[in-house]
Write a protein that binds this ligand. Structure first.
Ligand SMILES: NC(=O)C1=CN([C@@H]2O[C@H](COP(=O)(O)OP(=O)(O)OC[C@H]3O[C@@H](n4cnc5c(N)ncnc54)[C@H](OP(=O)(O)O)[C@@H]3O)[C@@H](O)[C@H]2O)C=CC1
Ligand SMILES: O=C(O)[C@@H]1CCC=N1
Length: 272
């Protein structure tokens, strides 16, 4: 069982905002005992305060199995010293912070500390996230497997071959759910502009994005460009829409290229 060692030695979560809560919700649902979790969070939500058994802002265990850092990159300087005592090798430290390089953690915790840098996304809250991971030199196969097991409990995992990939990963899948939510908002707003009631437009938009996502990821699914062609009757309605969306200058492709580039650049900036 993936959580056995963590259940025995404990998991520390530093920062329990939107992403920390999403992961914690997934772990608890997957069977991690609440009594094995220590959370450091200056402004706990009502949800967090209501979690019976979780140790909230309490003294930390001496050598927990894992410490997960889920504070904003801008708060790292202030937050990280709280984990300094866990450096040295006994505790696997997993950071999900955008931008912040592994070297920054090694400065505070020491290079002998196994450190995994990971980039999850918020669908983790319902077990549908995807997390990319890369470890430092001290993170051996057992540490990588432990990080993967923890993150696999809330969705898919993928190992990276170089830390430099993390900026692009963050821009595509870390931030990506926001682009999809915006797509839902935009489709619903456009449906309303065509005369639909707001609730109906939103219901159609949400179900369409969910259904198309499920179709694209179903076992044996055709690739997305083929699925797109399957919707597009010659001379029909989809073709009319795609002419706008696939405009080489003003269409979705150059727009998404610019958006993802902006996110990746911001990730590089956050590295300091
Ligand atoms: N949101 C997302 O979709 C994703 C986020 N991430 C990464 O996860 C991290 C957290 O992001 P997100 O959850 O969105 O941000 P949030 O602001 O929602 O969560 C961060 C939490 O950490 C708390 N915090 C601040 N200082 C400390 C401290 N010294 N010790 C402990 N906790 C502290 C914050 O409290 P307060 O509000 O009082 O400052 C806040 O509750 C970031 O590094 C981000 O890059 C990665 C993937 C996806
Ligand atoms: O917006 C951010 O910086 C974080 C990282 C990926 C998703 N949210």
């Amino acid at each position: 069982m993936a959580f056995d060692e963590i259940a025995r030695r404990g998991l520390v979560l530093l920062g329990c905002g939107k992403m920390g809560s999403a992961m914690l919700a997934g772990w608890l649902r997957q069977g991690l005992p609440a009594e094995s979790v220590w959370v450091i969070e200056p402004r706990p939500s009502d949800w967090l305060k209501g979690l019976v058994g979780v140790h909230l802002n309490a003294p930390l265990p001496e050598a927990p199995a894992v410490a997960v850092v889920a504070v904003k990159p801008q708060m790292m300087g202030e937050a990280l010293p709280q984990l300094a005592a866990l450096g040295g090798g006994e505790t696997l430290v997993i950071s999900i912070a955008a931008g912040t390089p592994i070297a920054r953690f090694e400065e505070v915790l020491g290079a002998a500390t196994p450190i995994v840098r990971a980039m999850p996304n918020t669908p983790a809250a319902i077990g549908r996230g995807i997390t990319a991971l890369i470890g430092n030199a001290a993170a051996g196969e057992a540490h990588m497997a432990q990080a993967e097991a923890l993150l696999a409990a809330v969705g898919e995992t993928v190992r990276l071959v170089s830390e430099a990939q993390m900026d692009a990963v963050t821009a595509v899948s870390g931030s990506g759910p926001a682009y999809v939510f915006l797509l839902i908002e935009a489709m619903a707003a456009a449906g309303e502009a065509e005369g639909l009631a707001p609730e109906l437009a939103m219901r159609l938009a949400k179900a369409t994005v969910a259904g198309a996502g499920a179709l694209a990821t179903a076992e044996g699914a055709e690739p997305p460009d083929r699925l797109r062609v399957n919707v597009t009757s010659p001379g029909g309605t989809t073709a009319a829409a795609l002419e706008v969306l696939m405009d080489p200058e003003a269409g979705l492709l150059p727009l998404m290229r610019r958006a993802i580039h902006a996110a990746a650049e911001r990730s590089r900036e956050l590295a300091g």
